[in-house]
Structure formats: structure tokens, C-alpha cells
Design a protein around this ligand. Structure first.
Ligand code: UD1
Length: 418
């Protein structure tokens, strides 16, 4: 099994190119099931979750060619597709459930494996099913599979989500764009990745517009066009490297990004004392002086993202005083805490709240991670720790970070994979 070895305390300088967003690529790939026209996707991140989604779509029947050199994908879809998504492809990547909406809209039926739980929480799909039922789907759960059908086809309706969910919003949109008539979705998630999926769908010919902050109007259509789309940058990857730069950077530059999508993160970093120069499409992080403690709670966008919670905790270890993190999205997302403690961190957790005392000097250790963002927080901790840190189970990192060690090495970090 592969490991990462990091020698800490090396100052970073240079520039980091941020990849395309994994969480935008996955629903956009699922959206291509709606059409038999050719789709070209640019700026796709070459990460394991994207490969798993491609494998699932190929199983269903799409013809997909990836250019790894150009980070592009070409998708053609001429034949009749299967309407099944099997367990072996959904057990490692929950976003596979996003094929449910488009398959149901196009073929009036779908059988999709229940994705099951994962390290960070139970993660049910009741809100996905709630939305599809509103559009007229009949749903049964049998033998670990969701059996969905709409013999007369899906029909537009009002979907008022009782709670905000990224995936359920995506599945609802992907079904409604091809349903008969008008759908209004309210209390929906508005993450930049969903906004990018909407831009993609509009280019494809879908009729979809925001009519309120969390309210979308969709008029169903089956007339789709061929299209080219460049995936938005990965704001979570950017946030991760901004924190790395705040921890050990001398001068680190990030270009071709849109700072408007990370306003909450920027505000927090500034409040903590991180020195930066901010432009519309560029950020430079300078060597930080003394950092200040902070209170953060994770929330749906535009709030602070749960996917950066583990990483900001590491920055709080370098800040003077007591910081506090309240995790509001997932019930079991402090799995990185025991590992950080093994490196010397002073963190106490109580239910969904973590109290972090700083500043503290970490020391390298052999550590292991349980999910994607927890793994990367250990890499960040390793960058500030004395001596050598060995990070095990890095297959988690490969699910969502493209060329992590290459990007850090280019900025002079001492990091290698063995
Ligand atoms: C997406 C992201 C993930 C991110 C999360 C929250 C992708 C591929 N993944 O995951 O990286 O951490 O948003 O920003 O984009 N819930 C229900 N019932 C449902 C669906 C969700 O109770 O049917 C709950 C979840 O258990 C969780 C909360 O709602 O507590 C938010 O989950 P959701 O927004 O759906 O996350 P994902 O789409 O799975």
C-alpha cells in the first residue's frame, strides 16, 4: 500500500495550479446520460472519483474517451443505455446515485444501488427520493437497490426541500430538466459546483433559472445540443493549498481562480491574520506572522464548507488562543482529531464541536486517515511538524486531489510517495 512521507518545516514558494472541481465534474458527467449528443468536457481533474464515475457511465453504455494529457473527456451516446447502477461501482463513490435522476427522466425507470454509509456519517438518500417522488416516480427499496419507475414519464411539480442537500438538489435538477412541464425547486443547495452544472445544462439546451436565492425554475425539454464545457476550478483544493501556504508559505501564488466563490474562506483567513494579496482571478499568500484563533461553523454554501473543516483545524493549531469548530453537516467528521493528537495537537471534542488550543509545535509521526479531507489535513499537519511524518492509506487522497505531491514539490515541499 502506498504512503506519503513528508519532512516538515520547509517553507513553500512558487505557484500552484488548481485543478477542475471534482464535485462539479461528477454531476455534470451524470447529466450526459440525458442526451445522445456529443459532449466535450475540459479541465476535468484526473482523480479516482472521476475515473469511478466514468467506469459507471461506461457500464451504463456511454462511449467515453479521456485525454489525460489535456484533461479532457469526450462523451458520445448513441445506443440504448442500461438503466442499472450496480453496488460494486457505488460502494466506493456515493455520487454514483446521481445517475438515478437522468436515467429515470430518459428511460422512465432505473435500478440504482443504495450507496451505503461512509466514514464521515450515515449519509442517507431520502431527500433524493423525496424529490423524484414529487416528480411522479414510484420508488421501492429492495435487496439494497432503489427501484424507481415513472411509467407515464416524470411530470414537473413543486419540490420544497425540508433540508439542504447538494446531491439531492443535483438529482432533482437532473430529473426535472427533462420532465414534462414546469418544476420549482426551493430550499435547494447553491454550491458553486451546482451553479457550474446549471451553466452546463443551459448550454445543453435546458431551460433553468434562479428565481430566488434558493429557488430554481425549470421548464422540461428533450431537445438537447452538443456542447463544450470547461469545468470550474476546485474551490476545496484551492482552500486546502491556501491553508498550506498560510501555514508554511513564503510567497505562494494562485492564478486562474475566481475569488468570489471563496469569499467566506478568504474572510476567515484574513481574520486569523493570514497575509494576502487578493484580486478577482488571483491570490498571493505571504509569510504569516502571528495567527489569531477563530470560531467557525460549517454550513451549506455560502457558509464555511465542511470539506475544509479538517484543514482549517490544522491552521488553528498554529493560532494563539482557543479556537472552536462546530461541524453542522456530517455527524462523524472529526476522525482526523485522534491522528492530529498523536502528532501533539491539543484538541478536545464534544459532540459536533471541537476546541483547538494553539499555538502548538507538532512532531512527525506515522498516521493514517479515514477519508479524503482528513487525509489532506494530515499532509498539512506534516508540513508544519518537526521531522518526518508518514501518512498511510493515501488512496483516500487520490480520490480527490490531482497530483498533490507534484504540486507541493513544485513549491519546494519535501514530500514523496513510496
Ligand atoms: C456533497 C459533496 C461533499 C460535501 C457535501 C456537503 C459531492 C460529490 N460531494 O456531498 O464533498 O461534503 O456535499 O457540502 O459533491 N442528507 C440527508 N438525506 C439525503 C441527502 C443528504 O439527510 O437524502 C444529509 C447528509 O447526511 C448530510 C447533509 O444532508 O448530513 C448534507 O449532505 P449533502 O449536501 O447531500 O452531501 P453530498 O451531496 O452527499
Amino acid at each position: 500500500m502506498q504512503k506519503l512521507i513528508v519532512k516538515g518545516k520547509k517553507r513553500l514558494s512558487g505557484s500552484i495550479i488548481i485543478s477542475g472541481s471534482k464535485n462539479a465534474t461528477l454531476p455534470i458527467l451524470a447529466a450526459t446520460l440525458l442526451t445522445d449528443k456529443t459532449t466535450i468536457l475540459k479541465n476535468i481533474p484526473l482523480v479516482q472519483d472521476v475515473y469511478t464515475m466514468v467506469k459507471l457511465l461506461k457500464f451504463i453504455g456511454l462511449n467515453i474517451v479521456i485525454s489525460k494529457r489535456l484533461n479532457t473527456l469526450k462523451i458520445t451516446n448513441k445506443k440504448k443505455l442500461k438503466t442499472i447502477a450496480p453496488y460494486n461501482l457505488l460502494k466506493t463513490m456515493r455520487a454514483g446515485v446521481l445517475v438515478l435522476g437522468p436515467l429515470l427522466a430518459r428511460y422512465k425507470k432505473a435500478k440504482v444501488s443504495l450507496p451505503g454509509g461512509c466514514a464521515i456519517g450515515v449519509r442517507p438518500v431520502n431527500l433524493h427520493l423525496f424529490a423524484l417522488e414529487k416528480l411522479g416516480a414510484k420508488i421501492k427499496i429492495k435487496n439494497g437497490y432503489i427501484h424507481a419507475s415513472a411509467t407515464q414519464g416524470l411530470t414537473g411539480n413543486t419540490i420544497n426541500f425540508p433540508a439542504i442537500s447538494v446531491g439531492a438538489t443535483e438529482n432533482a435538477i437532473l430529473a426535472a430538466v427533462s420532465a414534462r412541464g414546469k418544476t420549482i425547486i426551493s430550499n435547494c443547495a447553491i454550491e458553486p459546483e451546482i451553479q457550474d452544472m446549471i451553466v452546463f445544462l443551459k448550454k445543453m439546451g435546458c431551460i433553468i433559472n434562479f428565481i430566488g436565492k434558493r429557488k430554481i425554475l425549470i421548464i422540461g425539454t428533450k431537445n438537447f445540443r452538443s456542447l463544450n464545457h470547461e469545468i470550474i476550478f476546485d474551490r476545496i483544493e484551492l482552500g486546502t493549498y491556501l491553508i498550506a501556504a498560510a501555514l508554511v508559505g513564503k510567497k505562494v501564488k494562485f492564478v486562474k481562480i475566481k475569488s468570489k466563490f471563496i469569499e467566506t474562506e478568504i474572510k476567515l483567513l484574513k481574520k486569523m491574520g493570514v497575509k494576502m494579496k487578493l484580486e478577482k482571478n488571483k491570490i498571493i499568500i505571504f509569510e504569516s506572522g502571528k495567527l489569531k484563533s477563530a470560531n467557525v461553523k460549517t454550513e451549506p454554501y455560502p457558509g464555511f464548507p465542511t470539506d475544509l473543516q479538517a484543514q482549517i483545524m490544522v491552521l488553528m493549531l498554529k493560532a494563539s488562543g482557543k479556537s472552536k469548530i462546530t461541524e453542522n453537516i456530517f455527524e462523524n467528521r472529526f476522525m482526523h482529531v485522534p491522528e492530529l493528537r498523536r502528532m501533539g495537537a491539543k484538541i478536545v471534542t464534544k459532540n459536533n464541536v471541537a476546541f483547538i488550543s494553539g499555538p502548538i509545535n507538532l512532531s512527525g509521526a506515522e498516521v493514517m486517515a479515514t477519508d479524503l479531507r482528513a487525509s489532506v489535513s494530515l499532509v498539512l499537519a506534516a508540513l508544519i511538524a518537526e521531522n518526518k511524518t508518514v501518512i498511510n492509506r493515501i488512496y483516500h487522497l487520490d480520490r480527490g486531489y490531482e497530483n498533490l505531491e507534484k504540486k507541493l514539490k513544485k513549491c519546494k515541499a519535501i514530500i514523496s510517495r513510496v
